[in-house]
Design a protein around this ligand. Sequence first.
Ligand SMILES: C[S@@+](CC[C@H](N)C(=O)[O-])C[C@H]1O[C@@H](n2cnc3c(N)ncnc32)[C@H](O)[C@@H]1O
Length: 349
Amino acid sequence: MFPETFVRRNVLAWSKRDDVILDPFSGRGTTVFESLLNGRRALGCDTNPVAVCLSKAKADPPALKDILERLDTLEKQSSRFTPKGMELTDEFFTLCFHESTLEQLLFLKKKLDWRKDRTDCFIDALALGCLHGESHKTDLCFSNRMPRTISTKPAYSVKWWNERGCVPPHRDVFSILRTCAEYRYHSSVPPIKGRVVEGDVRRAKTLLRSYKDQVKLVITSPPYLDITDYHEDQWLRLWMLGGPTKPIGGQGKDDRHRRIEAYWQFLREAWKGVVPLLQDKAQVVIRIGGTRLGQEALCEGLLDSLNATGAKFKFLESRQTDIKNGQARIFQPGPEKASVEHDFRFQMA
Ligand SMILES: C[S@@+](CC[C@H](N)C(=O)[O-])C[C@H]1O[C@@H](n2cnc3c(N)ncnc32)[C@H](O)[C@@H]1O
């Protein structure tokens, strides 16, 4: 995830109020949120439902009153709900969540219509943030101990909990969601709405066609070569949003490449979906890492892939940032990780 400070610095340096800023690989919606907070218009696109739910919640938050009212209604209905599903007897789910917590989650999973309703989307986004994490350190988490960043696989998690005698905490989903909603609304809420679409970056020019030639600045972080499978890593959050009850590797619509040529081909196609939305002299800020590609190779590959759209881009600057080890390492060795990230800035002629 990008740090907010990285996005804010670039928003303030390279755009003015009311300019349109786009993140075509929106992830958790950091670009969308920081742009809106600073009075810019903001667009996002992502294939992953978790990313879309989080980004939409940041782009178009409901009033706190509506969230609290909806939670009250849902809580009343949940007392009359008879939970169903294989999760109730499954070894992973019954070790991951306390029985009553799991029943509340199954209720919300069935009731929340996050794609159509902004209040439900916000409640689901809050639930995704609390769904799993280091529950021995925080009360605002529904699960047995798990990393917050990625959902570990079922067999691995079960073994890990059994070896350590970890039992799921008794957590009340509705009261945690109320606390989190109130906490969120202590800090500022953007004065304007953004627009986030669920879809492939290659189709951004169609999905966001009303913004043709309007985008002044892109701040984005495409998938890194070799690094991760977003669907597998987020499988439990995807389950919460209506996905399958186990991780299914390689099934997601996100792009994940191991061959360098396929990676650059993907980025060439990606920019073709983005460039028609850009205005003259638009700037593109890209944060990217990788274990196999160094700064020079990345810079050259990015510039070539941008220019392959037929537009003419020039390189403006680059920087390097060291990455600290993420918490996922404590629980699982995990996939190979990039140890540095590079920031590049390009401009369209
Ligand atoms: C490195 S992450 C972006 C992280 C983001 N900057 C943040 O702060 O959370 C890359 C994102 O690209 C998305 N993605 C992968 N392939 C895509 C595609 N073909 N079209 C749109 N989004 C895609 C993934 O779902 C993931 O959310």
